[in-house]
Design a protein around this ligand. Structure first.
Ligand code: GLP
Length: 252
């Protein structure tokens, strides 16, 4: 167990640049890399940068594969608010990732347990995840692994916490946020060879402190990442403001 590497940068754009640099480096060295991808507001600038770098010929996604971390249950792939629609808008329509190489759990599947088992199988068949990029919820969730989720969990269906539903209201035009979701498990995430967690904004400062300085336990799912040997936390200054042990990286 090693402490996560902590990069504190000036602002959200700098955080996105640090993570985009890592994605670019990884795919240059390993064109068929397997990425796990988050949704939410945090990665928006990252996806803009990846699209820009694709257009500039700096990153070629032709052989890369992606697995999204989660999806709402009961929301079709094209429905507004679905993470599939989010990914199409913010990344997939803007880069050359092949449709067959980008996976998102199907929240409209009739047999959700089979969908979860099949998703795990697809990750295994792809050779596992090289780099998992994560955001963090204010209650410490990663993917949709809410507080209390066992660290040995695999892809499963969850009841989304009330505060998490409220935090996601912005992405549903009618304001009706589903109550359940499919998420990869904490064990699925911990099997990634490398993990980068992005945190931006003052609203994440308390949870970042809990994650990095509180006890490692299921009440804060993100604390599980401290059990992984190769984790980088990329935080902007506002989200890092409550950390006791701050090592400022040069602002970029
Ligand atoms: C959702 C997603 C998470 C994401 C979190 C934080 O709940 N399921 O994967 O990390 O939101 O979202 P934001 O980046 O908007 O703060």
């Amino acid at each position: 167990m090693a402490d996560p590497a902590l990069s504190i940068v000036e602002d959200a754009s700098s955080a996105a640049r640090v993570v985009a640099d890592r994605v670019e480096e990884l795919i240059r060295g390993r064109p068929n890399a397997v990425l796990a991808l988050p949704t939410g507001r945090t990665p928006l600038r990252l996806y803009d940068l990846l699209a820009e770098r694709y257009r500039a010929g700096r990153i070629d996604f032709r052989s890369a594969r992606t697995f999204n971390l989660d999806e709402w249950v009961g929301v079709g792939r094209r429905a507004p608010g679905s993470y599939a629609a989010f990914m199409d808008e913010h990344l997939f329509s803007r880069v050359n990732l092949r449709p067959e190489n980008r996976a998102i759990p199907d929240g409209a599947a009739t047999d959700l347990n089979a969908e979860c088992a099949g998703y795990e199988e697809r990750i295994r068949e792809a050779g596992g995840i090289d780099l998992a990029i994560l955001g963090i919820g204010r209650n410490g969730h990663i993917g949709f692994n809410e507080p209390g989720t066992p660290f040995d969990s695999r892809t499963h269906v969850v009841d989304v916490a009330v505060e998490t539903r409220a935090a996601n209201q912005w992405s549903f035009p009618d304001g009706r946020v589903p109550t359940r979701a499919i998420t990869v498990g904490i064990a699925t995430i911990l099997e990634a060879r490398e993990i980068v967690l992005m945190a931006t904004g003052a609203a994440k400062s308390a949870v970042l402190r809990r994650m990095l300085e509180g006890p490692i336990e299921p009440s804060c799912p993100a604390s599980a990442l401290r059990l992984h040997p190769h984790v980088q936390v990329v935080a902007d200054a506002p989200s890092a403001a409550d950390l006791r042990s701050r090592t400022e990286a040069p602002g970029r």
